[in-house]
Design a protein around this ligand. Sequence first.
Ligand SMILES: Nc1ncnc2c1ncn2[C@@H]1O[C@H](COP(=O)(O)OP(=O)(O)OP(=O)(O)O)[C@@H](O)[C@H]1O
Ligand SMILES: [Mg+2]
Length: 295
Amino acid sequence: MNQPEASAQAPAPRTGDVVMRASGLVKRYGNVVAIRESDFEIRAGEVLAVVGDNGAGKSSLIKALSGALVPDAGTIELDGRPVRFHGPRDARAAGIETVYQTLAVAPQMDIATNLFLGRPLRRPGLLGSGLRMLDHKKMRSQAAEQLDRLGIATIQDITQLVGTLSGGQRQAVAVARAAMFGTRLIIMDEPTAALGVRESRQVLDLIARIRDRGMPVILVSHDMPQVFEIADRIHVHRLGRRAAVVTPKSCTMTEVVGLMTGALQMTADGTLLESTTQHMPEEKPASPHASESAE
Ligand SMILES: Nc1ncnc2c1ncn2[C@@H]1O[C@H](COP(=O)(O)OP(=O)(O)OP(=O)(O)O)[C@@H](O)[C@H]1O
Ligand SMILES: [Mg+2]
């Protein structure tokens, strides 16, 4: 079902249509509220950057969208229809692929095997049983095609073990895998965090190409110049919820940092105001000893 051709043949989404929307998401870990009635929206044809301070809840938010965690409350819609993901498998079946910050590649396997990890191509079942042989040849040729399509030119040998690739090439394989199977949405949590300048450049170019092929991308990133270069819109996350949505054209980097730290606030009509007070009722962190006393 999840053949790689599917993503190539997916109907071109209309730019601007909402692909995924979440409302009122909540996720608690004991006394810690990681997501606090957060809203979220990504539209077709865009790279949506998600920025925020450490611990703001960005990873928790995208985990809720990718099925890696089940929110305690709130709703998620995909193409206008309510969805409930009980695990990453459900989200993948719906066409949502995620590249996590901690690289999920198998270093001791070759590139093609990595691209098809968990979803290998098999030869037609001659025996009419479950004993269908893996189709290595087809996987290699499709892997080569995919790298080619995405313009990943630095990988010279498709049979190379992933463990022998550079960090950037390895990340490119993870992104290529997501692009291969993602039919609705690709989510990336800090894909360039561990990479050098040149390797980050390659991954950024790759993200732009994926977007230009019509696939919306959620990009969690701390790197403001990177965000301003590639994002169409910027979702600013603060204290577990969406604090603002801006565009690189409508805001400066300093203003986005102000929204991240709470020095600036956005009003309902989109005006930026300097915060007169840093104190908000929901801002008060739980007592660090609360969980101990609960035991
Ligand atoms: N499994 C967990 N158990 C307990 N608390 C958690 C867990 N995962 C996240 N948290 C807490 O939830 C909050 C949000 O964490 P999250 O990882 O979503 O933040 P983030 O914005 O991705 O941060 P960073 O920029 O550092 O990656 C933090 O206070 C964190 O300590
Ligand atoms: Mg995170």
